[in-house]
Design a protein around this ligand. Structure first.
Ligand SMILES: NC(=O)c1ccc[n+]([C@@H]2O[C@H](COP(=O)([O-])OP(=O)(O)OC[C@H]3O[C@@H](n4cnc5c(N)ncnc54)[C@H](O)[C@@H]3O)[C@@H](O)[C@H]2O)c1
Length: 347
């Protein structure tokens, strides 16, 4: 396939900032179709890309001149729209979190298998050159045997990002988002932990809280705006994760890995991407390429990887199974917080 013709469902912030420009920048793909529940928003975006606006998802999914579809609509639509597009014979790049429930992720993977099409999930952090370098250094044994890991993602909240810049955003709607900060930000950090360590989470104990986010009428939102988890990897590595929508200072997207020969700090400081501190006092810095924040967007790499996997037939860097295994930890974390106890992750 010389040119991958793409349809995008959902024309909000992630499409405007990432999917639409990155497909356009890639010489092997172009945006030809758009759909949004808000047709006016789709039309506004289409004007800049020369794409056709569809009035239903079904029509876009069935369009013969569409080869691949990006699903960039709210979380509750991910499984339904992905399966619709896969059944119509399209490759699918679905944003994170992959779905709301594990039975949905299984149905999505089955649909991809049956159609013989690619299903990739938008866990873009593993495409970042800094995380790829960190993984390479960890696997080279630079800090020795990994003992524990800590990963955080804390920003001021999705109402500062979403196309609807207000507290009536769908991100705060329990029916549409299903997860609060745990699913929204935890999806990134749990995937990056799995990626860096090449390992799966065995069990988890999680606490969630709604500390500050309110609906326009002043009630606290029905979803967690903070979550903290302790977990063990299958290898025995111990981990902690903190995610928050109530960090009103500088964004924190850091990961620290503690090994028996030293410590690796990834994005601990924006001026230094990776810092390795060894037991003997040596301090090594790597400047690989920084990370996006809500206010400073950089190329994600996820689109290029998706297009390349379609053109070459190779597996995408983030598979449906990755999305499923990451969601399994989120689901277990949510359950653990509700039951206030440790739980084994069921995959
Ligand atoms: N990978 C990342 O780093 C990243 C970052 C942000 C968002 N996301 C994900 O992308 C998805 C979209 O988030 P966003 O930030 O663009 O949200 P947004 O609020 O900015 O935009 C959502 C868009 O979806 C449209 N929409 C609502 N219901 C719809 C429906 N039923 N069908 C089609 N369109 C519908 C809205 O009109 C809006 O234009 C979410 O799943 C989110 O978790 C991923």
């Amino acid at each position: 396939m010389e040119m991958v013709r793409v349809g995008i469902i959902g024309c909000g912030m992630i499409t405007a900032r990432r999917h639409a420009p990155e497909y356009t920048e890639n010489p092997r793909s172009q945006v030809v179709a758009l759909y949004d529940a808000d047709q006016e928003r789709a039309r506004e975006l289409a004007a800049g890309y020369g794409a056709k606006v569809y009035s239903t998802v079904e029509e876009l999914a069935a369009a013969p001149d569409v080869d691949a579809v990006s699903i960039c609509s709210p979380n509750y639509t991910h499984a339904q729209y992905s399966i619709m597009a896969l059944q119509a014979g399209k490759h699918v790049l679905c944003e994170k979190p992959m779905a709301l429930e594990l039975e949905d992720t299984r149905r999505m993977m089955e649909a991809a298998e049956k159609a013989g099409k690619i299903l990739m999930i938008g866990h873009n952090q593993r495409l970042l050159p800094t995380h790829r370098k960190a993984r390479e250094l960890l696997h080279s044994g630079m800090i020795g045997k990994v003992l524990s890991i800590q990963s955080n993602f804390r920003h001021p909240g999705p109402e500062y990002w979403s196309v609807n810049r207000s507290n009536s955003t769908w991100f705060f709607d329990k029916d549409k988002a299903h997860f609060g900060a745990l699913g929204d930000l935890g999806a990134h950090k749990l995937d990056i932990i799995r990626f860096l360590l090449d390992d799966e989470v065995e069990d988890i104990c999680c606490e969630t809280a709604t500390l500050d986010k309110r609906y326009p009428d002043g009630r606290l939102i029905d979803l967690e705006d903070n979550a903290s988890a302790v977990f063990h990897m299958r290898s025995g590595v111990m981990g902690t994760m903190n995610v928050s929508w109530t960090n009103y200072g500088g964004e924190d997207n850091s990961t620290i890995v503690f090994g028996d020969k030293g410590v690796m700090k990834v994005f601990g400081d924006f001026a230094e991407d990776i810092v390795v501190e060894l037991r003997d006092g040596t301090r090594v810095k790597y400047q690989v390429g920084t990370i996006s924040t809500n206010t400073r967007q950089l190329k994600s790499g996820i689109i290029d990887d998706f297009v390349d996997s379609i053109v070459t037939g190779r597996q995408p860097t983030v598979t449906g199974k990755d999305g499923h295994n990451t969601l399994a930890v989120i689901v277990a974390g949510k359950k653990s917080a509700a039951q206030r106890r440790w739980l084994k992750v069921e995959y």
